[in-house]
Design a protein around this ligand. Structure first.
Ligand SMILES: C[S@@+](CC[C@H](N)C(=O)[O-])C[C@H]1O[C@@H](n2cnc3c(N)ncnc32)[C@H](O)[C@@H]1O
Length: 240
């Protein structure tokens, strides 16, 4: 989806978009954030594709400074409103691939949740590269991506229709979204200059799939992959 398409979702963000920091059902993000050694005296958070600011609202108190990047003007306006009482947030209304030059390698934690979904490999590569560039060496990135395994499960237990295309691309309403298998996420992170340290499913409600909980076979529900990864100390990122 491009900037204009995202912008159109600003008013209906909560119903139309999976805002994982608000909607996850098992409090996984708190566990992942707690696994990072952070100090409110000096730690910096960079949230790439911050949406309406839900992660910042929830976890800002763990950081000294926050930089939020979001290219849809009406969405970032909502994030600013939601986080009006959060001190020390720098809001950057720009495309993520342009953000590294403005931010530098400052992040103790870089968050990028459900943003690396473009069907274009080049667009995704530009975002992985930015994540690496803004994260301080030896510090961490927290990545959430749509799961291809979950998509297959949802199709099997309910939706029925096969909307998948090659290379993990899935037709969602009128947009095509990249989905990742677990191993693909791990290897992509490695090529981007990160060592994955913790990976898990992060569950969200069935309603986000336009479904009720199925009688059987749905496990704990549909999920995204959440991964905490450490930026390697040196070396250049390879093409993910
Ligand atoms: C699915 S939402 C996720 C929002 C938030 N990270 C969350 O988990 O709730 C994706 C967000 O990323 C923004 N976005 C997507 N591509 C972007 C890009 N290239 N540069 C900046 N923002 C982007 C969209 O406008 C949207 O607000």
């Amino acid at each position: 989806m491009n900037r204009a398409q995202w912008n159109q979702l600003a008013d209906t963000f909560e119903t139309e978009v999976c805002d994982i920091a608000r909607e996850e059902t098992r409090d996984q993000l708190s566990r992942f954030v707690r696994a990072v050694d952070l100090s409110p005296k000096n730690s910096v958070l960079v949230d790439l594709g911050c949406g309406i600011g839900s992660f910042i609202r929830k976890f800002h108190y763990r950081f000294r400074d926050v930089t939020a990047v979001e290219f849809a003007p009406r969405i970032i306006a909502r994030a600013k409103k939601n986080c009006a009482d959060v001190p020390q947030v720098r809001w950057l209304a720009m495309d993520i691939p342009n953000a590294a030059a403005a931010i530098g390698a400052v992040a103790y934690l870089t968050v990028c949740m459900n943003v690396i979904t473009s069907p274009s490999r080049a667009r995704r590569h530009a975002i992985w590269t930015t994540i690496a560039k803004v994260t301080k060496p030896k510090c961490h990135a927290l990545i959430v991506v749509p799961s291809l395994e979950s998509e297959r499960m949802v199709r099997r237990v309910g939706r029925g229709t096969d909307a998948s295309l090659p290379e993990g691309l899935v037709q969602r309403d009128d947009a095509v979204q990249k989905h990742f298998e677990r191993n693909e996420l791990m290897s992509t992170l490695a090529r981007a200059g990160f060592v994955p340290v913790r990976i898990s499913r992060i569950y969200y409600p069935w309603s986000k799939e336009g479904m009720r909980k199925p009688r059987s076979g749905g496990g704990k529900g549909p999920w995204d992959w959440v991964c905490l990864a450490q930026r390697r100390a040196g070396g250049r990122a390879r093409k993910p």
